[in-house]
Ligand binder design. Sequence first.
Ligand code: FE2
Ligand code: FE2
Length: 175
Amino acid sequence: MPTHEKSASDKGTSHPKAAEMTIFEVLKQDHEKVRYLFDRIEKSGRKDVAALQKLFSQVEEELEVHMEGEERFLYTALERHEEPREKVLEAYEEHQVAKTLIGTFKSLAVDDERWGAKISVLHEIVEHHIQEEEREMFRMARKVLNKEQIQEITVQFQQHKREGRRPSRGAPVAG
Ligand SMILES: [Fe+2]
Ligand SMILES: [Fe+2]
């Protein structure tokens, strides 16, 4: 895969673009994507059931992969440190609340009036959570993690996202 964006002297990095971003920027990008999807859901007419269903599936997939990656690579690294520990424990709980709420959509039709109420609550929970991550957790993380750790977490998270994006063929995930 030829690339002319970087000089040939930049060796040792198989993904030059990925190497330029830190985990914090990668996560913020995900956050922006989810914000955008919620925005589109809220601006969509309630009658366009197919569009709402599709947007919700995207939110679900996006959040699932994002939360799992954060937990596996960022939170586990941070919870060992005293300062961010409390924030991280809260974040795990907020993820759990979001996952539980997402699970309740399965038995609910998009045109059920509770659907919109659930989306609003999910949006609020997620927005609160990502603000705490961006305003507090990432700041603490930059203090307690060194450059190499940040780079490793970034690479691991991006790898996880690539794997998570493979089409699932609708197979149920065993627990
Ligand atoms: Fe999170
Ligand atoms: Fe996040």
